[in-house]
Write a protein that binds this ligand. Structure first.
Ligand code: F6R
Length: 241
């Protein structure tokens, strides 16, 4: 595991974008695993800027996102599809046909998950998987549990996650209670895993995840076993490590 310490969120975003740009430059038809949430927004902003400057080309890139809320369609401003379109896809020359997320509108969880697994198998191992980390140690929506779920599955979101995500909705009641998420085995199969973390509120969970034992009670802790895991985090987030 490598840790890249940054000054602040902006510095973290630039350095994470550097690592992603390097993969895209070396392999124009790369597969990128992407995340939503506050942590990667700055990284996406830097990637967009580089595309605008003529330094990056998304035309042959394939993206597979970690997760999607069950029950939200693509036009719902809270859906992760909408988030990706707003924060990255609509600003770069990516082929929409090559951008994949679980289908939140599929009510049959088994169907939704096996369809997404098939997409992931077809896309092949991600060259780089970008991650944030939840306050309870979740990655994607792999919440604390007794076992590591391997492939795409439907999860009941924990109260902590619903509470944390309520900031994006007008009320807590509107936050979906379930989501489809990529499993831990798929995340671990990425050639490189890049986590971005910023802010003092992430300090405690980073210490638990990366200085404590590997356990499904702290799902991100499994990344200690990944052969090429890079944590790009700012000083506040690393303050307890
Ligand atoms: C998002 C995702 C989540 C977030 C995590 C941190 O696709 O999979 O695991 O990465 O909840 O969210 P932020 O970055 O908003 O603190």
């Amino acid at each position: 595991m490598r840790i890249i310490r940054t000054k602040d969120y902006e510095d973290m975003s630039r350095k994470a974008a550097n690592l992603i740009s390097a993969v895209m430059t070396m392999k124009p038809d790369c597969v990128l695993g992407l995340a939503t949430g506050s942590s990667p927004v700055g990284t996406y902003r830097h990637l967009i800027r580089r595309y605008e400057n003529g330094d990056l080309d998304f035309s042959r890139v394939t993206t597979v996102n970690l997760d999607e809320y069950k029950g939200l369609d693509r036009e719902n401003p809270q859906s992760y599809y909408y988030f990706m379109r707003e924060n990255l896809f609509s600003h770069v020359n990516i082929d929409p046909e090559r951008t994949f997320l679980p289908d939140g509108t599929e009510q049959d969880s088994e169907k939704a998950c096996s369809a997404y697994n098939e997409i992931l198998h077809r896309a092949g191992r991600a060259d780089l998987q970008l991650l944030g980390i939840g306050h309870d140690g979740h990655i994607g929506f792999n919440e604390p549990s007794d076992t590591f779920a391997k492939e795409t599955h439907c999860v009941d979101l924990t109260d902590m996650t619903i509470e944390a995500n309520a900031r994006f909705f007008s009320s807590r009641e509107e936050v979906p209670t379930q989501a489809y998420t990529m499993g831990i085995r798929t995340i671990m199969s990425a050639k490189r895993v890049l986590m971005v973390a910023s802010g003092a509120d992430k300090a405690k969970i980073l210490r638990e995840a990366f200085c404590g034992p590997v356990t499904p009670r702290v799902p991100a802790s499994i990344l200690q076993f990944h052969p090429d895991f890079v944590l790009v985090a700012d000083e506040s987030a690393l303050s307890e490590m």
